[in-house]
Design a protein around this ligand. Structure first.
Ligand code: NAI
Length: 263
């Protein structure tokens, strides 16, 4: 376990939903941040610098990453979209992040992967990171490619890469699916702190709260020090889901993808 306080990290997708709250929390843990996003955003305090950049701009990322201890890569399209756009932002973008990290000599990249990489497993399945990907859409496919790039950079170029398969990041669970997939903001912080401080060279784990009805194996997270504390079951009555339906729910329907394709 390495010490987080006093370290310097870059965050992509820093103006997004998770980025904004993670930046607040990490500065409270005395991490100095270099935050970057396509959209402009204000620094959140004296220990945060904001640089507006596009994931398509490799040279800009090399500059942003100079001198950091690690990169948390949250940037990209965060839901189903046309494949061409996902390929640019999420696949080429993740390649640029890893390659910029290699060129800048950054020792670790943490990748915001997604549960949607296994969303075609059914509600009756217990899924672990060792099982083959079964994405529920093109967004999930882009995360499969992102995890593969992370593994390549760990195996071939010696960069430590940790893929965090984020569940449903919400303040409260609000559906039967989210009772299984909920990741509370406090547990998300625990997941990222574990990914930042583990001594493992590479890992893939599900970042999900300790939900009574969870579909996913927590062992890989436990192995790197992630112990979730929240449980969706304490936020309301437990609703059943037919064990034969895909874990991705409505995300797994053909229409969810075709409605977002370019015509
Ligand atoms: P978000 O959509 O709120 O934030 C993503 C950020 O990336 C945005 O601020 C956007 O401007 C930036 N971005 C998009 N394309 C870019 C580009 N080409 N260049 C530079 N910046 C670009 O997403 P959120 O919810 O904060 O998620 C963060 C990460 O976690 C994403 O990678 C998402 O796929 C992943 N994730 C999130 C989950 C959730 O429940 N919120 C669940 C599973 C995975």
């Amino acid at each position: 376990m390495t010490t987080i306080a006093g370290s310097r990290w870059a965050i992509t997708g820093a103006a997004g939903n998770i980025g904004l709250s993670l930046r607040e929390a990490l500065t409270e843990h005395h991490v100095t941040l270099v935050s970057t996003d396509l959209r402009s955003a204000a620094p959140i305090g004296p220990h945060d610098t904001f640089v507006q950049a596009e994931l398509g701009d490799l040279e800009a990322l090399v500059e942003v990453f100079a001198g950091v201890d690690g990169v948390i890569h949250l940037g990209g399209i965060s839901d189903e979209a046309d494949f061409h756009d996902l390929a640019d932002a999420n696949i080429v973008g993740t390649y640029h992040v890893l390659e910029a990290a290699r060129r800048a000599g950054v020792p670790r990249v943490i990748f915001a992967s997604s549960n949607r990489l296994t969303g075609m497993y059914t509600a009756g399945d217990h899924v672990s990171p060792e099982m083959p990907p079964r994405p529920d859409g093109f967004y999930g496919v882009s995360k499969v490619a992102g995890e593969a790039l992370c593994r390549l950079y760990a195996d071939k170029f010696g960069i430590s890469t940790i893929s965090v398969r984020i569940g449903s990041y919400e303040n409260q669970p609000s559906s039967a699916r989210e009772q299984r997939t909920w990741l509370s903001p406090a547990d998300a912080l625990r997941a990222f702190l574990a990914a930042m401080s583990t001594t493992e060279h590479t890992a893939v784990f599900y970042a999900v709260s300790a939900n009574s009805d969870s579909w996913w194996d927590l062992e890989a997270g436990a192995a790197i020090g992630f112990t979730p504390q929240d449980n969706a079951a304490s936020s309301g009555s437990r609703q059943p889901i037919d064990p034969g339906t895909p874990q991705g729910g409505s995300y797994a329907t053909p229409e969810y993808s075709t409605d977002r394709m370019r015509r």
